[in-house]
Design a protein. Structure first.
Length: 177
């Protein structure tokens, strides 16, 4: 019984004697339990999400074109539809290593490409982007109230050529019913 009564006194004595060691131990455990640094979830862009972003880009551009083209004298109400030839693309930085082997009469050339990876610590790596290319358009359909007038038709075609990077053979202008 005397042993159980002395135990708390012994512990208090040991805590007083080794208080700095216990303090360092408790702080160390607390630091191990805390999350450190940025925790980012890496999500690969799914093709569906990329398709939606291209669609959103096209719809936004179509809306802006409709607003601008309706300001052309005689155009009246204008509707625009753009079709894509290619979606947006991301080009990544690569290191290229060329090597050639000449043995006898035979020459062998080889090329090795590696994507450059940027490291932001041990938990997060990403590829170095060299360029992001916008979607390229295949064609445009313009529906306008004033499409029966050749001057209006020409102005609409010239405007879409300049804004969408299309040539006149890729643009169709028809009259709104």
């Amino acid at each position: 019984m005397a042993n159980l009564n002395e135990l708390p006194k012994k512990m208090i004595f040991l805590l007083k004697k080794y208080k700095y060691a216990v303090l360092v131990f408790v702080i160390g455990i607390a630091l191990l339990l805390l999350p450190i640094g940025k925790t980012e979830k890496r999500t690969e862009e799914a093709p569906i999400a990329k398709e939606r972003s291209d669609d959103a880009y096209v719809q936004q551009l179509e809306g802006r074109l409709e607003t601008l083209l309706s300001q052309i004298r005689g155009a009246g109400i204008v509707h625009v539809m753009l079709t894509l030839q290619t979606g947006s693309r991301t080009e990544y930085q690569t290191d290229t290593q060329l090597s050639s082997d000449t043995s006898g009469t035979e020459n062998r050339n080889s090329e090795e490409r590696k994507t450059v990876i940027l490291s932001e610590g041990s938990a997060y790596d990403r590829a170095a982007v060299s360029a992001v290319l916008y979607p390229q358009f295949q064609g445009a359909l313009i529906i306008s109230e004033g499409a029966e007038h050749p001057a209006v038709r020409l102005d609409l075609i010239n405007a879409v050529e300049a804004l969408a990077g299309l040539n006149s053979s890729q643009i169709t202008v028809v009259k709104l019913k």
